[in-house]
Design a protein around this ligand. Structure first.
Ligand SMILES: O=C(O)CCC(=O)C(=O)O
Length: 283
């Protein structure tokens, strides 16, 4: 559980790091199953429903950068999503009713793991209120050298920045005057969780070290936050509830919104949508 100081820190700064949430056995099991996905990616040559590949990926030298919706791909990841210690912490920040609105496993394998350009998750999925955050389970120690998550403290209270390029959503902050000089890294040992508010500005640089940086990310929303891009299948929507009772009465808050439309093509991963943006800061 978080102390009052940790809760205050999160609300003030928009992020938190909590050590020792996952045991060394739980982390060892997550590493093993993640290694299996890297092995399986050898048989894949193009991005598909499960695998997102780095440029230069080959069967001989697999360069997997994301397993999409890992909780649908393996029971162990799904167990991690329901981890009570983690959900107790999330409940302290967004309330007892919790829905997941997406899961992903970002891998920065040694020496080349892709950077992620500055962005606010909220630009991808604005909701009726902003009690949303992402939890990252550190499968490996996360350091500056292996491409730790970088955050701009307090920026969850900023307006929503422009994430469009040439009129199309690209999932990165495109304002050339954007200043990232106050960014800080979230350096954490394996087994920790990182937490970042959906509106905080964050990103990461490439992995230049010989150690992997694998981060299992769970997006979480308060149960009464509804996506502004709509819900078409209520049963499916409610199947993502992790704790609490679903409601059809969204809570409305005065939040800044830009809709992530139009897109440049079929919506892909953040790596794909940011590719059009050449003037990147995090390279
Ligand atoms: O894996 C990372 O370093 C950044 C993750 C992220 O911001 C995202 O996938 O939206």
């Amino acid at each position: 559980m978080l102390s009052n100081e940790q809760i205050e820190f999160y609300h003030e700064n928009g992020y938190a790091g909590v050590e020792g949430v996952f045991s060394s056995n739980e982390i060892a099991a997550l590493r093993e199953v993640t290694d299996e996905f890297v092995e399986r990616s050898r048989a894949v040559s193009e991005n598909d429903e499960v695998f997102d590949l780095e440029p230069g990926h080959t069967a001989e030298e697999p360069r997997l950068r994301r397993v999409k919706s890992p909780t649908n791909q393996h029971q162990l990841y799904n167990n991690a999503l329901h981890h009570d210690g983690m959900l107790d912490i999330v409940a302290q920040l967004i309330g007892d009713g919790i829905r997941t609105n997406g899961t992903k496993l970002n891998l920065k394998l040694p020496k080349f793991g892709s950077p992620v350009e500055w962005h606010q998750d909220w630009s991808f999925y604005p909701h009726t209120n902003d009690d949303l955050l992402a939890v990252g389970i550190c499968i490996d120690e996360m350091t500056v050298e292996n491409g730790a998550l970088l955050v701009i403290p307090g920026s969850h209270r900023d307006p929503i920045h422009d994430h469009h390029l040439d009129g199309l959503f690209c999932g990165a902050i495109t304002d050339p005057a954007f200043d990232d000089s106050s960014a800080v890294p979230l350096e954490l040992p394996a087994g920790s969780i990182s937490i970042h508010h959906a509106r905080i500005i964050h990103g990461s640089i490439p992995n230049r070290s010989s150690a992997p940086r694998r981060l299992l990310l769970f997006q979480m929303a308060a149960i009464d936050a509804w996506p502004l891009t709509g819900v078409t299948d209520l049963a499916e929507f409610n199947s993502h509830v992790l704790r609490g009772t679903p409601t059809i009465q969204p809570r409305l808050a005065d939040v800044p919104v830009r809709i992530p439309l139009p897109t440049a093509g079929a919506p892909g991963s953040i790596y794909e949508s940011q590719m059009r943006f050449k003037d990147r800061k995090l390279v």
